[in-house]
Design a protein around this ligand. Sequence first.
Ligand code: G4P
Length: 530
Amino acid sequence: MGSFDKEIERRRTFAIISHPDAGKTTLTEKFLLYGGQINLAGSVKGKATARHAVSDWMEIEKERGISVTSSVLQFDYDGYCINILDTPGHQDFSEDTYRTLMAADSAVMVIDGAKGVEPQTRKLFKVCGMRGIPIFTFINKMDRDANDTFDLLDEIEKELGIATCPVNWPIGSGKNFKGVYSRFEKAVYTYEDTKKGTKEGETTVISIDDKDAVLKLIGDDAYSKLNDEIELLDGASADFDIEEVRKGKLTPVFFGSALTNFGVEVFLQNFLKMATTPLPRVSLGEEINPLSDEFSAFVFKIQANMNKAHRDRIAFMRICSGKFEADKEVKHVQGNKVMRLSQPQQIMADERKILSEAYAGDIIGVFDPGVFSIGDTVCAPKANITYEGIPTFAPEHFARVRQIDTMKRKQFIKGVSQIAQEGAIQIFQELNSGMEEIIVGVVGVLQFDVLKYRLENEYNVEIRLEPLPYEYIRWIDNKDIDVTKLTGTSDMKKVTDLKGRPLLLFVNSWSIQMTLDRNKGLMLSEFAKN
Ligand code: G4P
């Protein structure tokens, strides 16, 4: 074990997931407030006032007022060292969002109390589910009329397939929002509205046994409703079981209002107690103890030209074990090379801080001279560690891409290939056509705009994108198969990926089945098997 166990054990690394507008940015902002990172709530982002989130990087983000890329925020609170991985909140997100979840140890799911589970929550939740990481639910905007609390919990259980355990329970909502009842403390936290932008309102904590005080505060009706609900809840909801929470099978649920800063600190405090210390990752079939003396990390994201002032490429790594020291050599496993990581930095939005050390659970960005790929392992020179790769998520949108000026062929190929290497897009070629015809596949359609913008700005190449109707992609698992002989449906397209693996594109799921029926023994999968 390392001499730095305490440093690692105080780390909590998590991602916040939500559907756009549920309040992820506002909640993050309030967390930062408690960490002393900003003085006044509202200074992180205000769409309406054209101020930008600290995580906005690219011009395109500024133009649209959305976050395209994910960033990392680190701060101390109550002895903990918190790493928040920001995932883009826009509807059109990219594989980056998914990959970011690979670097987190738990997730905070923000749900709008009036909207319940929304499409993007569902998608992101699925990825968290794949990893079995703990998920904490914050039901937000209780200062506005919200859906019935039992219905909200029911929806989470049914739609997402996870048991819920309310840690607190709202007393009314909207104009009648009186606060929350803390089930563990058996006390009422009273709500008082605050002006937008101010730190927090007055909250009083009253024991539920102090009937007169509670009655006075919330009135007869709310009081008897609360008592009924508590009774019902104690009989019906899942018991709190930290083991189940850690396996991602039970989500503790909290209610509050990020905007008025109600219930946020209580949530943060409970969350920090319940969330895990940095989780071990699997290398060569074995879990590597995060407290191990040997440093190890994996690359989960690569980004080029993040900042016009620094035309560079940054590889983001999640440290999985030990301590990183900037002056020590490390081994890049896939490149089979011992090196010193160049300009290791912690990146908080566009501010960069050069780091001399970091610990398991932390995220560092290092200058990448073009040697790293997503999923690569970096470790102490003598360690024998190779982390499992990161799955390639199936793109859902496709377009044919052509450069407008044919003289710029070289820059075009370079740009498209580099952006694909970063993993922002996937590129495919028509079978046996070389780079003549390039088909781009993305997880979120916004990536098409990002591609166009970046090719123009970084590579000086204008392109035309022609949308293609495909929605499903399947890799062919059979080895030694003559793909040209496959008989599919008329809408099917045969292509190869960057690594030369054959795959098929389909317009609808029905065609997939038809193709399987027509080609006996054909094996298709949704993920590329590396
Ligand atoms: P996101 O990152 O999940 O997309 O959501 P964000 O925090 O940007 O919040 C979306 C909108 O919802 C914002 O309003 C924000 O002020 C509001 N909001 C967040 N939390 C609460 C809450 O607890 N109660 C209420 N009533 N509103 C909340 P906006 O008008 O779109 O932007 P802004 O001009 O206020 O920044």
